[in-house]
Design a binder for this molecule. Structure first.
Ligand SMILES: [Mg+2]
Length: 268
């Protein structure tokens, strides 16, 4: 994959390079995924999953690892069947408890409530996100978000917790149906909703399966995989093209114009 190198130039030169890069590539719009691309969503999932598993192992008197293996199996399966609809948690918990030998309704209800707590934990933007969004505004780069999440949660998350109204209007957010998957059709619908063609946008997201692969399939030329760490949910694995950018955070996108300097060096 391609790396964005550090760009040691003045802020003004950085902005000029970025604008020239957009012009040469024909990029008119940036499209971001948000969860674990721009903000720390997996923290909420991990926290409630750990509380849920420790509750189940103590109430059902089973080994913690055994409970986790069972939970993972049904959590992966639930994503395939139910997408990211929060109603999937009661299914995951019921299947996990049954697998661990329990049909206790009270335990299933409490464990489900613990997982539903995911959507009550205020999230935060990653430290580099605000700087990147400010830079896009400064360079007159319009951008939007294509998200695959529950509508109610998205409302709370975007406007109340993350304050995205500083940069975005509601028509710059496209919500993919939580009951389905974020595939090529959904990416194409989202990009068209913003008024662009796939070749005119840069896509950045943390999921090879739900962000990079589908946008590649519909013809997005500039794609950026955000990988903050090596942890990746199994269901989100996919191979991505060698011509995909790889960054640790979206702040690196501000240096993408450095590609033009590399090219100049080669020409000389
Ligand atoms: Mg994501």
């Amino acid at each position: 994959m391609k790396q964005v190198e550090d760009l040691r130039v003045s802020p003004v030169e950085r902005e000029l390079l970025f604008c020239e890069w957009k012009r040469l590539k024909g990029i008119k719009y940036f499209v971001f995924d948000l969860d674990d691309t721009g903000c720390n969503t997996s923290i909420a999932f991990d926290q409630q999953k750990n509380i849920c598993l420790s509750y189940l192992s103590s109430r059902l008197k089973v080994d913690g690892n055994k409970a986790e293996v069972s939970y993972r199996k049904f959590n992966d399966k639930s994503y395939e069947i139910h997408g990211v609809n929060p109603s999937r948690w009661s299914w995951v918990v019921e299947k996990t408890c049954n697998n661990l030998g329990s049909r206790n309704h009270e335990v299933i209800k409490t464990a489900t409530e613990i997982l539903m707590g995911i959507y009550e934990i205020p999230l935060q933007l990653f430290p580099e996100t605000a700087g990147c969004f400010d830079f896009l505004n400064k360079t007159e780069t319009n951008f939007g978000i294509i998200t695959h999440a529950n509508v109610e949660w998205t409302e709370k998350k975007y406007w109340d917790w993350l304050g995205l109204d500083k940069w975005l209007a509601r028509n710059q957010i496209y919500i993919v149906d939580e009951n389905g998957h974020k595939g090529p059709k959904q990416w194409l619908e989202g990009i068209s909703f913003f008024g662009y063609k796939p070749r005119e946008v840069m896509v950045a997201g943390d999921s090879p399966k739900s962000d990079i692969e589908p946008s590649q399939k519909i013809g997005v030329q500039e794609r950026c995989l955000v990988r903050r760490n090596d942890r990746l949910w199994k269901v989100q694995e996919a191979s991505v093209g060698e011509d995909t950018w790889l960054v640790k955070h979206i702040g690196e996108l501000m240096n993408i114009g450095g590609e033009l300097l590399r090219h100049q060096t080669v020409v000389r």
